[in-house]
Design a protein around this ligand. Structure first.
Ligand code: ADP
Ligand code: MG
Length: 467
């Protein structure tokens, strides 16, 4: 019987959360847009039987950091349970709910980061197991925990496995296969799926679609704006709960734009090939970006992953005029598997051929040594390290993807030996760390430094280049 708010949880469940909480089947999934109230619903469902002596519930995520971060379920549980008789045990990450008679009910927060982590729960029994952000987890870990579902003697509650997730992440496909199938709000129901009062059923499992609009507690516009820093496809998945967006590329072919070099001028072409604007080369500041991967220090890593990594040097032109400085023109690219000495020579060659005002080198790996080698050799070349930021590649590439989605990055239409290879890498890339991304990395740095440097900043040190 659904009674919310109950004596522990003072949240009023929203209509979609109520549908989810009212389910008494074994397995149910709340899936879709971020902000739909899914995590809160898993928590509320855990508390549904918190007044039954001996009841025990488990909520897992991939790692405890994500549960404990501000805004994560653990701090939120502290807000929600602040005025209740429930007590928190930090070492066990467990709430206990004292009963008038009999043992307390409990709610434990756990994690499943590595395959062996599931065995941490091998000797426990739960009547409720919930998985938050299910697409971050492995299917075998999910299925294993079903074996921890036991109705203890004298406890009259239904056994429930509940999960919630945004689309995307490494487990997207198995989660979609298990609950969502080809469902979409605008298409016919997939074969074998039935719909009852907004709950979709497939092979006895329930799926409640979640939309941001279903959560009146959230300021929708603000929330959508806060997703703006993410790559476009991730954003679409999170904001619309769109499961049909496959784990394909992070970049789309229709975002590609080209330029033609007409004498000393760049003709930037729009999506249909018409001229967008004409910019003299002289009106641009030129800089280079370097991804030093592939030098000898990377050989170990290459041996482990079986891949071969390349060093990349790219030459970029950015119009100086503030109205046009959002555009980036990729003028040249050098790509090779070289030692650090040869990479240094490669940068020197690019420098003397293209005269970039600044050279930006990836901070990680060999960046520091390269900066010193360039500064100490003859001629002296000044290079800078790309400001360290987020280390995950997909997030680092987000400014590039956003720029490309807006049609602000231009590649040479003619006379280039490297453009097709660059496009192939772009369009194949899903953000997975095993895929080659050296050209994307170098371009991602360009988008980062171009965004960060206000007008003029890139021209501070031109005199230092005595090459
Ligand atoms: N029933 C509710 N009452 C009040 N606030 C809620 C309720 N459900 C969700 N929220 C709040 O809305 C925000 C988004 O909810 P959350 O459960 O994190 O969404 P999701 O997991 O789908 O991204 C959170 O701040 C959460 O505390
Ligand atoms: Mg959530």
């Amino acid at each position: 019987m659904l009674t919310f708010p109950n004596k522990y949880c003072q949240l009023d469940a929203h209509p979609n959360q109520q549908k989810f909480l009212a389910l008494d089947c074994l397995e149910a999934f709340f899936g879709g847009a971020a902000g739909g109230g899914k995590s809160a619903a898993l928590f509320m469902a855990a508390l549904q039987y918190a007044d039954v002596p001996g009841y025990s519930a488990l909520i897992v995520r991939k790692d405890t950091q994500r549960l404990a971060l501000s805004g994560g379920l653990i701090p939120r549980s502290h807000q929600w349970l602040a005025d209740s008789p429930a007590r928190w045990n930090e070492a066990r990450r467990t709430w206990s709910f004292p009963q008038e008679k009999g043992p307390p009910a409990t709610l434990t927060f756990g994690y499943l980061s590595r395959p062996a982590d599931k065995f941490r729960y091998a000797s426990s029994e739960f009547q409720y197991i919930a998985f938050d952000e299910l697409t971050e987890l492995r299917e075998e870990d999910y299925l294993f925990l079903f074996s921890r579902l036991r109705r203890a003697k004298n406890i009259d509650v239904r056994l429930r496995v509940r999960s919630a997730s945004n689309p995307g992440n490494s487990g997207h496909l198995w989660v979609r296969e298990r609950f969502v199938r080809d469902w979409s709000p605008t298409a016919d129901l997939p074969e074998g799926m039935t719909s009852q009062g907004g709950v979709l059923w497939f092979e006895g499992r329930a799926f409640v679609p979640s939309l941001i609009a279903d959560n009146p507690s959230l300021h929708r516009e603000e929330y959508l704006a806060s997703l703006g820093h993410l790559p476009p496809l991730t954003r679409q998945r999170l904001a619309c709960g769109d499961w049909s967006v496959q784990e394909k590329g992070q970049f789309r072919a229709e975002w590609l734009r080209y330029f033609i070099l007409a004498g000393e001028q760049y003709e930037l072409l729009g999506p249909t090939g018409t001229t967008l604007t004409v910019i003299p080369q002289q009106a641009c500041r030129r800089f280079a970006t370097v991804d030093p991967a592939g030098t000898s220090a990377d050989l170990d890593a290459d041996a482990r992953t079986g891949s071969r990594s390349f060093s990349v040097v790219q030459v970029w032109d950015q119009p100086r005029h503030p109205d046009l400085s959002r555009f980036l023109i990729l003028r040249d690219q050098q790509r090779d598997q070289v030692s650090i000495n040869d990479l240094c020579k490669m940068i020197r060659r690019v420098h003397s051929a293209w005269r970039p005002e600044r050279i930006w080198i990836e901070q990680e790996k060999l960046g520091h040594s390269l900066v010193c080698m360039l500064a100490n050799g003859t001629p002296t070349i000044r290079a800078d390290l790309v400001p360290p930021g987020i280390s995950d590649k997909a997030t680092r590439a987000a400014p590039l993807a956003n720029k490309m989605e807006r049609g602000e990055v231009f590649l040479p239409k003619y006379n280039s030996s490297w453009r097709q290879g660059f496009e192939r890498e772009l369009l194949a890339w899903t953000g997975n760390s095993r895929e080659p991304s050296d050209q994307i990395d170098a371009a991602a740095y360009a988008a980062i430094v171009a965004d960060q440097s206000g007008p003029g900043i890139l021209t501070i040190h031109p005199v230092l280049f005595r090459g």
